[in-house]
Design a protein around this ligand. Structure first.
Ligand code: SAM
Length: 361
């Protein structure tokens, strides 16, 4: 039976309110971020919530963290997971952390003279990214952050990573060397990393709030997550785009390394961008991606599922519905018309995509 497509319903005041509060979460240009879809997600989560109210929710591919943050605002006990470390830090700062902001004294200390002689960032990335002063600041900031713990440490690292992401043209670390051709005068490209850091700390501090439930975080390949029932599992995995790859490490390796000061990492020294090795899973290839989806649906078959999907990607919509029906009786598909407004008019049309939400119970 072909899937019945519904236009996403209007959002209730409660869902709109949660989405508006979540929209302040510090924004990073993460591939596939659902920042723009918050109202529709809030409605979908409210619609699958148990009659007694929100319970435990798993955000299995948490990325920029904004959806976990929305779930926290809606009152769920959130577990955020992503196999990369940077999303884990962001979720620790804004979701797990209920009460710790970075004080003015902490910020002064991190901006002050270095606490040790470390210079890994300068040695590794001079001429690749940022100015010598910016790189020296990253070493020096980490010399202080290394002595911190808990929510304050997470806020500091998240702010440092966001500072680097905002200053890098297009937010991706595939671009190296002289990037002056990207300088369109935007403030984000002109601020020093120190100046960014101060502002990004303020952004994270403003996002910290005490949710009603405990929230937790992990950095696991999705298949390694325990196979237990949740009141909601949100799945936003990488799809296979028609003409590119879906490799997050290639684009965001600098944020990943910076989130742990490259401790335990093996840099690929023969690459211009000094990148980290790609993590290959069944989501990495068009050949195995259908199997990856079948496995993840099976893994969480006894939890209500909400799945995000963009048109123009693999597996296609019909395949996803078929796979979901292997484990779920009721599958609803909501279409959210959605156009990315960037690029020239012609490419904007080409990149026009519809977003879908699957609700499977
Ligand atoms: C589409 S993004 C999620 C976006 C997120 N919902 C947001 O709004 O920012 C997909 C995420 O899945 C993560 N990922 C990719 N393969 C994974 C795997 N096998 N296990 C866990 N996470 C994975 C990526 O690091 C990426 O952050």
């Amino acid at each position: 039976m072909p899937p019945r497509l519904l236009t996403a319903p209007l959002t209730t005041p409660a869902a709109s309110d949660a989405a508006a509060r979540a929209a302040i979460f510090p924004r990073v240009r993460w591939m596939g971020s659902k920042h723009k879809l918050l109202p529709h997600l809030a409605q979908a989560f409210a619609d699958v919530a148990p009659a007694a109210g929100p319970g435990s929710a798993l955000d299995a591919f948490s990325g920029s963290g904004v959806v976990s943050y929305l779930l926290k605002h809606q009152g769920w006990s959130v577990h955020s997971n992503d196999y990369l470390g940077f999303p884990g830090v962001v979720a620790s700062a804004g979701v797990v952390n209920h009460d710790t902001v970075l004080s003015g004294d902490d910020v002064e200390r991190i901006l002050g003279p270095a606490a040790d002689e470390r210079d890994f960032v300068r040695r590794t990335f001079t001429g690749v990214y940022f100015t010598p002063d910016d790189l020296a600041f990253l070493d020096s900031a980490w010399s202080h952050i290394d002595t911190m713990s808990g929510g304050g440490r997470a806020v500091a690292i998240a702010a440092l990573c966001l500072a680097a992401a905002r200053k890098q043209p297009r937010g991706v670390f595939t671009l190296t060397g002289d990037l002056s051709r990207y300088d369109d005068g935007r403030r984000d490209l002109r601020l020093s990393l120190r100046e960014h850091f101060v502002e990004r700390v303020a952004d994270y501090n403003a996002a910290v709030f005490a949710g009603p439930r405990e929230c937790t975080v992990s950095s696991l390949e999705v298949g390694e997550l325990p196979q237990r029932r949740h009141d909601l599992v949100y799945l936003d995995p990488p799809y296979a785009p028609p003409a590119d790859d879906n490799d997050y490490t290639k684009r965001f390796h600098f944020l990943e390394g910076l989130s742990r000061y490259w401790v335990g990492d093996t840099i690929m020294w023969d690459t211009k961008s000094r990148k980290l090795p790609k993590r290959v899973t069944k989501y990495s290839s068009r050949r195995t991606i259908e199997e990856a989806f079948r496995e993840v649906f099976k893994q969480f078959h006894d939890s209500p599922l909400v799945l995000s999907y963009s048109s123009n990607a693999l597996p296609d919509l019909e395949t996803l519905v078929r796979l979901l029906r292997e484990v779920k009786d009721e599958v609803e598909v909501r279409r959210v018309p959605h156009t990315y407004h960037y690029g020239t008019h012609r490419s904007a049309v080409r990149r026009s995509v519809d977003e879908y939400l699957f609700l499977a119970r």
